[in-house]
Design a protein around this ligand. Structure first.
Ligand SMILES: Nc1ncnc2c1ncn2[C@@H]1O[C@H](COP(=O)(O)OP(=O)(O)OP(=O)(O)O)[C@@H](O)[C@H]1O
Length: 272
């Protein structure tokens, strides 16, 4: 059986001075080449799980358990060693993209610097990689490359920040609600490209989302999180049709109540 590339075991997080744990005994495994969904309502602990992997939790939080990556426990790894893994090996696309770029440095320069820091390439090759990924995100690559972040729309900045991370081709990619700021077509385009990168590089993807449809369509396996607990895990179809936990049932009932087969009244559409 293939071993997970990243394994979270019995992760508990308590915020200093409070009794209620924010995460309770969370265990999640992601194998090479797998896209794993982590779904749950707002505040259930999805982002804290991601931040624990990235070593980005506030120092006030007390963390126990293990997060194993290539034999290292990320929770006990010295922060200098942990930081070395970020980018090329473990990368995260954040829900809040606004901090991805420094406002007064052109987007292209920032992407190029990131690529050249993490990949053994020179500036010329780095620029070609940057332009290619920007184009894959459906952007006017040349224009975005020479723009300042404030000259772009929110969705364009988000796609440029996703391009910057995907250019690094990490072994583990964490995506935290990455399509929330995007329109449907661009969201699909970004997810298609992530799938392509996964197929080409075999990277492991942890896809955090509260969008059940996205999780069903785009992941190989799903974990359901509720109030800091993993309450269910399985294949998308198992979660959809054979769930056991009352919370998963509640989640799925929202999706299944969509009027999929209902005959809708004929609407008149006029072409302009
Ligand atoms: N810096 C912090 N200090 C104290 N509590 C925090 C902090 N960050 C998050 N929390 C708490 O931890 C819990 C889980 O938060 P988390 O951000 O992981 O939720 P989430 O599932 O990602 O939600 P969303 O889908 O809204 O992003 C919440 O109760 C939240 O209030």
């Amino acid at each position: 059986m293939t071993q997970p590339i990243i394994s979270i075991q019995h992760l508990n997080i308590v915020n200093g001075g409070t009794a209620n744990p924010l995460l309770k005994n969370v265990s999640i495994n992601v194998k090479k080449g797998e896209i794993v969904g982590l779904i749950g309502e707002s505040g259930s602990g999805k982002s804290l799980t991601a931040k624990a992997i990235m070593g980005l939790l506030p120092s006030t939080m007390k963390v126990t358990g293990r997060i194993t990556y290539k034999g290292n426990d990320l929770l006990t790894l010295p922060s200098k060693e942990h930081r070395k893994l970020l980018g090329k090996e473990i990368a995260m696309i954040f829900q809040d993209y606004r901090g991805s770029f420094t406002p007064f440095i052109k987007v292209g320069k920032q992407i190029l610097e990131t690529i050249c820091t993490h990949q053994p390439v020179g500036k010329k090759e780095g620029k070609t990689i940057a332009l290619t990924v920007l184009e894959k995100m459906g952007l006017d690559a040349e224009r975005v490359y020479r723009s300042y972040p404030f000259e772009l729309s929110g969705g364009q900045v988000q796609r440029a920040s996703i391009a910057m991370i995907l250019a690094l081709k990490p072994s583990v990619l964490i995506c935290d609600e990455i399509t929330t700021a995007l329109d449907v077509m661009n969201g699909e385009r970004v997810l298609d490209y992530i799938e392509k990168v996964r197929n080409e590089t075999g990277c492991a993807v942890l896809m955090i989302t509260h969008d059940l449809t996205l999780a069903y369509k785009r992941t190989d396996r799903i974990y359901v999180m509720h109030q800091g607990d993993i309450v269910e895990e399985g294949l998308p179809e198992q979660i959809r049709c054979h769930h056991q936990h009352p919370y998963t049932k509640k989640l799925c009932s929202c999706l299944l109540s969509l009027p999929e087969n209902q005959s809708l009244p004929q609407a008149k559409v006029s072409m302009l």
